[in-house]
Each structure stands twice: as structure tokens, then as C-alpha cells.
Design a protein around this ligand. Structure first.
Ligand code: URA
Length: 205
């Protein structure tokens, strides 16, 4: 999809740069970079961890099983993919889906920061501990377990813009764990309320 707004053009130019990125060795074992996608003027940005197998094959974020679960959570608050922007902490798949390394995160996160500057979301949701740790380090907020802080709303100013930061569980963690799934549903209700408060398009309750 070609986006003709200024921010849409900027996001697509950045995606082209990410597609050629060789700043760390992750690209060597991949089929595609997964820069992220969605509405470049979205109120809501979701940040995952790293592409998995399906994402690497397609170049699109969250298209595997965790992505299907995510679609259900979004639809529960009246949103579809096209309403939001989805990105990851690292843009190439780590081999065997291992955790991204500190040096890979350091090399890749300037792209994420640029995406946040372009989209200027009102609400950023961090899916899982890697993205939560990275984004909350700007406040700074530290934590041991994501379950301690999930669903908390942290008001912040990121790159000169006010934003509400909400950490939650990674949807992959909820695939086989009904308690985590309930926790995610609860956190998405918080997200819906925050978006409604920010004048966003989610269902109000
Ligand atoms: N998990 C992630 O963190 N990101 C994706 O894009 C897919 C699965």
C-alpha cells in the first residue's frame, strides 16, 4: 500500500533503508527484513520483539499464530490492522527465533525510534519484555518480570511528544496459556480506554 501523506512517504523511505540494512549480521540468514507496517499517522503503535519464520518469509510483522491472536485482541477493542502501526525491536529474524542480542538491539533501534518520530502515536503498547525493557528505559522504569508491570499506563514524553506507554505480554506467550490470554484481554481493554481518552478510534465502554 502506497501512503501519500508526508509521514506515509517517510515511513516507506525508511522501510527501503531497513531492507538494505547490514549494521549487524542478522540479515545474513534471512529472506526479508520486516520493517513494520500500518497507518503512518496511527494513534496506536504496537512494538513486538523480532520477526519469526512466517514474518521472515513474507516481510510482514505478526502474520503467524501470535499475529492471529493479536488480530482477535485488536478486534475486541474495535480496531483492525489498518488502524494502527506495528513494528518490532529488531527488523531481521534472529536464527532459530533466539532472543535478540544487546548489540543487535543497539544497531536496530534507531530505526524504531525514527518510526516513533514519524508516526507520533498517542499510545505505544510494548508486546513482551524486550520491547517493554527498551521503551521503558527512556523513563527510566526497571522491572524483573513483565507480569509485574503489565497493563500499567506510563505517561511519558518521547522524542518531544506526549505518549502513553503500556507494557503487556507477548501474544506468543498466550498461545497455550489461558491465564496469559485473559491478562492480555484485560490489558487490551486498558488500551481501548486510553485510546478513547486520547480521542482515538477504539470502542468506548
Ligand atoms: N513476534 C514478534 O515479536 N514480532 C513479529 O513480527 C512476529 C512474532
Amino acid at each position: 500500500m502506497v501512503q501519500e501523506t508526508g509521514s506515509g512517504v517517510a515511513i516507506e523511505r525508511l522501510a527501503a533503508v531497513i531492507g538494505e540494512c547490514r549494521k549487524c549480521p542478522l540479515w545474513e540468514n534471512t529472506h526479508h527484513a520486516v520493517p513494520g507496517e500500518g497507518d503512518a499517522g496511527a494513534d496506536l503503535m504496537l512494538i513486538g520483539e523480532a520477526p519469526g519464520k512466517q514474518e521472515d518469509l513474507t516481510g510482514r510483522p505478526f502474520v503467524g499464530r501470535a499475529g492471529k491472536l493479536l488480530d482477535g485482541l485488536l478486534s475486541g477493542i474495535g480496531l483492525v490492522r489498518g488502524d494502527i502501526f506495528i513494528a518490532n525491536i529488531v527488523k531481521h529474524r534472529p536464527p532459530g527465533n533466539r532472543d535478540p542480542r544487546d548489540e543487535e538491539i543497539r544497531a536496530c533501534t534507531p530505526y524504531l525510534e525514527e518510526q516513533i518520530r514519524i508516526v507520533e502515536p498517542k499510545v505505544i503498547v510494548m508486546l513482551g519484555r524486550h520491547s517493554s525493557r527498551y521503551i521503558l528505559s527512556f523513563l527510566p522504569v526497571e522491572f524483573d518480570r513483565i507480569t509485574e508491570i503489565r497493563g500499567t499506563v506510563y505517561p511519558a514524553v518521547l522524542f518531544g511528544h506526549p505518549v502513553r506507554l503500556i507494557p503487556t505480554l507477548h501474544p506468543a506467550a498466550a498461545l497455550y496459556n489461558p491465564a496469559y490470554r485473559e491478562a492480555l484481554e484485560e490489558d487490551f481493554r486498558v488500551i481501548g480506554r486510553e485510546l478513547a481518552g486520547a480521542g482515538g478510534s477504539a470502542i468506548r465502554d
